[in-house]
Design a protein around this ligand. Structure first.
Ligand code: GDP
Ligand code: IMO
Ligand code: MG
Length: 449
């Protein structure tokens, strides 16, 4: 009998960012990856910077799923991603130098390649936009996705042989050179020189290219535990984010299915990672942004500087208008609240419960950027706590004030908190008892992978 529907319930968990990125997804995924058979990225590229800390080890991952650090985990770069082969081989070399086994990595042949000219086009485009720039990571993400949609991209399957890669590049390059030369004043690239630059990447990555959907189907039908690793965040989603100040991919939970080539019925749980306050890098509206002392305190205490670009992150209080919106858009089944420890020692902590806009109080996130720009947060203030909570491992051991703040997050978001992170280390993690997440963690095993 065929697999699929008849093979029983899938056991997969999607983990996405519920704010503007950098919520601590890497930390949360690394913790959960220890219990997963497969970890798959489904969108974005090396604009992501996911930090994983255990003991004295600090890893900053950009393409490679955080699952690579866990034993016997298959890691997939899904078809929804844009992969920079030159950067990926460096990332792998760095991991291997540090003793990490990268043999579990596979790349979907349908993923698109983020090429050197995309990086140049990204930078040039930002320059042309001037004051209206997006504040991109400069990694070529927008141009790479644009070429995919314009049907002039190069897919990872072309990495399976130098001749086929060169052939596809020869079809694409003349047009790219015209853009570079005529619009952006760059001299352009010579075909053979550019193709040669990619030879080491072709040698290294070609053997990793596979049919990603088929691989996922086999794993899911075989009852394996699959973790989908989101990058960026809901408010950076190309459709649902603060357009045009967004990234160029679909960052929401539903994209896990199309971005790995599986059916949506396989997604059983959706965990939204959310900081106990809010940050954003790059341009665009941010209603709870705090330009005063609180914002500065959050940035300093939370070490809020970008993993990918080192830029200082804009900081402000927790915004439950956003968390409610993220709950709806993603169908969140649970919240993973990170960086609660950063709030220790503050006299009081604020949470936006609504916005005031054009004389009215609104509770729903507005779709118009103009309206959003005019929104000011309506805060509810909560008493702070002084205790250092970084060693707490049980919810009941958290200070009453911290628990009250978590309760308010649940009430205002309409989703249960299932995980609380009280420090960057893998061990600084609290799982709520009897939560769906606890059930997921306890279910199945990594055996027979
Ligand atoms: P990601 O892009 O969502 O994976 O997040 P980043 O790695 O870019 O940024 C999160 C930063 O916060 C990293 O430096 C993490 O090591 C750190 N971090 C994650 N969780 C916690 C936490 O609970 N407390 C503290 N203090 N730091 C954390
Ligand atoms: P992780 O996965 C935070 C932001 C950029 C910019 C916008 C567009 O680490 O959470 P892009 O280079 O994607 O075209 O930039 O999106 N951005 C991120 N912000 N975390 C990220 O990833 C981001 N990836 C992109 O700052 O505002
Ligand atoms: Mg990050």
């Amino acid at each position: 009998m065929m697999g699929g529907v008849l093979m029983g319930k899938s056991n997969s968990l999607v983990v996405i960012g519920a704010q503007w990125g950098d919520e601590g997804k890497g930390k949360v995924i690394d913790y959960l990856a220890g219990k997963a058979d497969v970890v798959a990225r489904f969108q974005g590229g090396n604009n992501a910077g996911h930090t994983v800390v255990y003991g004295a080890n600090i890893f900053k991952l950009h393409h490679v799923p955080s699952g690579i650090l866990s034993r016997e985990t298959l890691c997939l770069l899904g078809n929804g991603m844009v992969v920079d082969p030159l950067v990926l081989i460096e990332e792998l070399a760095e991991l291997e130098k540090r003793g990490i086994d990268t043999s579990g990595l596979r790349i979907s042949g349908k993923a698109h390649l983020n090429m050197l000219y995309h990086r140049l086009l990204d930078e040039a485009n930002e320059k042309l936009l001037g004051e209206k720039k997006i504040g991109t990571t400069g990694r070529g993400i927008g141009p790479a996705y644009a070429d995919k949609i314009m049907r002039r991209g190069i897919r990872a399957v072309e990495l399976t042989g130098f001749a086929r890669f060169r052939e596809r590049l020869s079809e694409i390059l003349p047009l790219q050179n015209r853009f570079l030369q005529e619009i952006y004043g760059h001299e352009g690239f010579e075909l053979d020189e550019l193709a040669e630059l990619y030879r080491p990447a072709i040698d290294k990555l070609g053997p990793l290219v596979t049919d990603g959907s088929q691989l996922m189907a086999e794993k899911l039908d075989g009852g394996k535990k699959v973790l989908f690793e989101g990058a960026q965040g809901t408010l950076l989603d190309i459709d649902h984010g603060t357009y045009p100040y967004v990234t160029s991919s679909s960052t929401v939970a539903a994209a896990a299915a199309s971005g790995c080539g599986i059916g949506p019925r396989h997604i059983s749980q959706v965990l939204g990672v959310i900081k106990a306050y809010t940050t954003r890098v790059g341009e665009g509206p941010f209603p709870t942004e705090d330009h005063g002392e609180a914002g500065e305190q959050l940035r300093t205490r939370g070490h809020e500087f970008g993993t990918t670009t080192g830029r200082p992150r804009r900081c402000g209080w927790f915004d439950s208008v956003i968390s409610r919106y993220a709950a709806t858009i993603n169908g969140l089944t649970g919240l993973a609240v990170t960086k609660l420890d950063v709030l220790s020692g503050m006299d009081s902590v604020n949470m936006a419960v609504a916005y005031r806009c054009r004389g009215k109080e609104i509770r729903n996130f507005p779709i118009s950027l103009e309206e959003l720009k005019e929104c000011t947060p309506v805060y509810e203030s909560f008493p702070g706590w002084d205790e250092d909570i970084s060693r707490v491992r049980r919810v009941e051991d958290l200070p009453a004030a911290a628990r009250r703040f978590l309760d308010a997050m649940e009430e205002n978001t309409g989703v249960n908190v299932e995980l609380v992170s009280v420090g960057p280390d893998r061990s600084q993690t609290i799982i709520y008892r009897s939560s769906n997440l606890e059930t997921w963690i306890a279910s199945g095993s990594k055996k027979n992978n």
